[in-house]
Design a protein around this ligand. Structure first.
Ligand code: PMP
Length: 350
């Protein structure tokens, strides 16, 4: 640990942690725990990366309002960066995403505008563009801004190379939302670690890349409508209803060696298993990525090094299906345990 000039200095440099109890024998399975970022997700990197790139280019003016369409983690990361740097922030978010995300962003000083879930991610982006144009706000364009991927190339990828220095990283496993992680890390691994196989996980119900169907784009790189293979899925933060430009560019550059389809219930089961059997507390997309990593581990050669990205903290999902089976009241077993000693008798009412 060191001293930092602001909270922004603590973004990145997340730990790589060995999986002990959930890993099959004979392989080295690791996870990169992005929950260690100051606001608990991989998107803190994007927020800092895109804002500082826009400051450098002069596209973002001092004190200018920033606006973005986001499923939550980007908004929370942006809210932190904007608070630390003094920019007003407006977030447009689908009303189907978890309530704690909205309240977190408002707690950090952002304005949160809710767009109807029926308008899907593409509608949310159209609304954001409309507002940015009408008010002269700066739109961070997380889905196509090259600064998103560049920051992953400069930070996430370098951290991974350093943590596997002198060894071979045989498999790197990730999902995608914007594709910033995949695009930026993929680019560097291809050049500096060509033996690493890049494994990309998608929701089983929304295999957009697997479908092979092309995504149409507008001239500015935004999606021209939703993708035909998309269906709603529980992995908040993964696979919006279109293939983002950054993801599509990563696919065209042949960064994807293997695709894995992850079912939603498996993602939830493995997020819970990481918590109860490894003490690693992470969200649904982390469980989903870990599901892919376990599939790789099952057939990987002896001694293989496998690294899976865990994008965020589980704390963000208290009101979602991740916690649906976690009771708030004492279970029968807990009640029986409480009553298993006679020591404490309740004081008589006055
Ligand atoms: N998981 C979660 C929980 C996320 O919020 C995101 C970002 N949308 C991702 C995974 C995917 O990261 P990326 O945008 O870099 O593809």
């Amino acid at each position: 640990m060191a001293r930092y000039d602001s909270i922004l200095g603590t973004v990145g440099n997340t730990p790589v942690v060995r999986i002990n109890r959930l890993a099959p024998a004979g392989v080295n399975l690791f996870v990169k725990v992005e929950a260690f970022n100051p606001l608990g997700s991989v998107k803190d990197r994007l927020a800092l990366g895109v804002i500082e790139a826009a400051e450098r280019s002069g596209e973002l003016k001092p004190g200018q309002t920033i606006i973005e369409a986001t499923s939550g983690n980007t908004g929370i990361g942006l809210a932190m960066v904007c608070a630390a740097k003094g920019y007003p922030l407006v977030i447009v978010m689908a009303d189907s995403f978890s309530v704690e995300r909205r309240r977190l962003m408002r707690f950090l000083g952002a304005k949160v505008l809710l767009s109807p879930a029926a308008h899907r991610a593409t509608g949310m982006i159209l609304k954001t563009e409309e507002l940015a144009k009408a008010h002269g706000w700066f739109m961070t364009r997380q889905f196509e801004n090259p600064a998103n991927a560049d920051f992953h190339a400069k930070t996430t990828a370098q951290e991974i190379l350093k943590d596997f220095e002198g060894e071979t990283l045989d498999y790197w496993v990730t999902g995608y939302g914007t594709g910033g992680t995949l695009n930026g890390v993929g680019r560097v691994l291809r050049e500096k670690s060509p033996k690493t196989r890049i494994v990309v996980c998608e929701p089983a119900d929304a295999g957009l890349i697997a479908s092979g169907a092309p995504q149409a784009y507008n001239a500015n790189g935004t999606p021209a409508g939703g993708h035909p293979a998309w269906k709603p899925h529980p992995m908040q933060g993964w696979t919006p209803d279109f293939i983002a430009k950054l993801t599509s560019d990563a696919v065209s550059a042949k960064y994807v060696d293997q695709l894995i389809a992850t079912p939603g219930p498996e993602a939830i089961r493995l997020s819970q298993a990481l918590a109860t059997q490894e003490g690693i507390f992470c969200g649904i997309t982390s469980g989903a990525t870990f599901a892919g990593a376990l599939q790789i581990a099952a057939t990987a050669p002896k001694g293989a090094n496998i690294l899976a990205m865990l994008p965020d903290t589980g704390e963000r999902y208290l009101s979602t299906p991740l916690f649906a089976d976690v009771p708030a009241d004492m279970t029968e077993e807990e009640t029986a345990l409480y009553r298993s000693t006679p020591m404490f008798t309740e004081p008589a009412a006055a």
